[in-house]
Design a protein around this ligand. Structure first.
Ligand code: 13P
Ligand code: ZN
Length: 279
C-alpha cells in the first residue's frame, strides 16, 4: 500500500494576500496614480500562510538582487514585476506579480517560488523596497508593506514647494484636518535623483528610519505600513491633501487650519507630531 501523503495547495492567484495585491493595484490605477508601469508594491508574507498555497521548497529560478539584503534572509515577499502595468495585475497576477524568498549566503538572491511567468523579474525599485523594509522593521516589528506610487497632486505640490520636510509637512497639515491625524510623523523628502539604483534605495531607507512616508521629488511617493490598507491609506491621505492644496494654491486662502486646532487634534488623538512643525 502506498502511504505517501500528497499535500494539496490552494490556488495562489486567489490567495488572500494575492487578492489584496490585485485589488490595491487596480485601485491605484483607477485613481490615476499609476500610469503604464508606474509604481510598485512589496509585501512581506508569513511562511505558514504561504505554505497553504505553494511548496516553499520548490524554487523556480534564482534572480540576483544587486546588493546584499542580509537582514532579510529567509523572508518571503510578494512584489510587482518591473515594466508591468498596474492595470493588468488583476487579470494576470501570475505574470505581473512574483513571490520569492531572500536567499544566498549574504541575501544577494531572490528565490522565485511563483509568478513572473513570462520570465520577468521584480520591480527595478527593489533596492528601495528591501532597504526600506529593513529600515522600517528596525523601528517597527509589525511593519510589512512598502508601496510606491506616482499620485498626480502629490507630485505637483512637491514641484512648487521647497525640499524641506518641516515646511512640506506643515503645508499639508494646514490644508486638511485629517493630515496630522493620519501622518503625525510627517513626510520625508529626497531631492530629484536617478531612480532604480542602490543609491536612491539607501537614501530612501535612511529617511524610513524616521518617516513612514517619503517623497521622491519630481517622481512620486513611498508609503509603508503593517498592511496594504495602512500603506495605501497614508499615500491616499497625502494625495487628497495635496489635491486640496493645489486647488487652492494661488488664491487668498481665507480659511487656513489654525495651529491651535492642529495642537488640539494632536492632544485629542494623543499624537506626537513631527518636531519643529508646530513649535
Ligand atoms: P518598475 O516598472 O521597474 O516597477 O518601475 C516603475 C517605477 O515606478 C519606477 O520608479
Ligand atoms: Zn516610480
Amino acid at each position: 500500500m502506498n502511504t505517501e501523503i500528497v499535500k494539496t495547495f490552494g490556488d495562489v492567484a486567489n490567495a488572500p494576500f494575492v487578492k489584496e495585491m490585485r485589488e490595491t493595484t487596480a485601485n491605484m490605477y483607477r485613481l490615476g496614480w499609476d500610469e503604464r508601469n508606474g509604481g510598485n508594491i512589496s509585501m512581506m508574507l508569513n511562511e505558514s500562510e504561504l505554505s497553504k498555497y505553494l511548496d516553499v521548497n520548490k524554487v523556480i529560478r534564482t534572480i540576483p538582487i544587486g546588493f546584499n539584503a542580509k537582514e532579510l534572509i529567509g523572508k518571503y515577499f510578494i512584489v510587482t514585476g518591473t515594466g508591468k502595468y498596474f492595470k493588468n495585475v488583476d487579470k494576470d497576477p501570475e505574470t505581473n506579480l512574483g513571490i520569492f524568498r531572500i536567499g544566498g549566503e549574504n541575501g544577494e538572491t531572490a528565490e522565485l517560488l511563483w509568478g513572473y511567468a513570462d520570465g520577468g523579474k521584480f520591480t527595478s525599485e527593489l533596492p528601495a523596497h528591501l532597504m526600506s523594509h529593513i529600515a522600517r522593521l528596525s523601528v517597527d516589528a509589525e511593519h510589512r508593506v512598502v508601496l510606491h506610487s506616482h499620485p498626480t497632486y502629490t507630485i505637483a505640490m512637491n514641484a512648487i514647494c521647497p525640499i524641506d520636510e518641516i515646511d512640506f509637512t506643515r503645508r499639508l497639515w494646514k490644508s486638511n484636518t485629517e493630515a496630522i491625524v493620519v501622518f503625525p510623523d510627517g513626510v520625508g523628502i529626497l531631492p530629484c535623483m536617478v531612480c532604480g539604483t542602490n543609491l536612491i534605495g539607501e537614501a530612501t531607507a535612511e529617511k524610513m528610519k524616521k518617516f513612514r512616508l517619503v517623497m521622491w521629488t519630481n517622481h512620486g511617493i513611498y508609503g509603508t505600513g503593517k498592511n496594504l490598507d495602512e500603506a495605501f491609506g497614508l499615500v491616499e491621505t497625502v494625495e487628497k491633501t495635496a489635491q486640496l492644496y493645489m486647488l487652492t494654491a494661488g488664491f487668498d486662502n481665507v480659511n487656513v487650519i489654525p495651529d491651535e486646532v492642529l495642537k488640539g487634534l494632536a492632544e485629542l488623538w494623543n499624537l506626537s507630531p513631527l518636531e519643529g512643525v508646530l513649535d
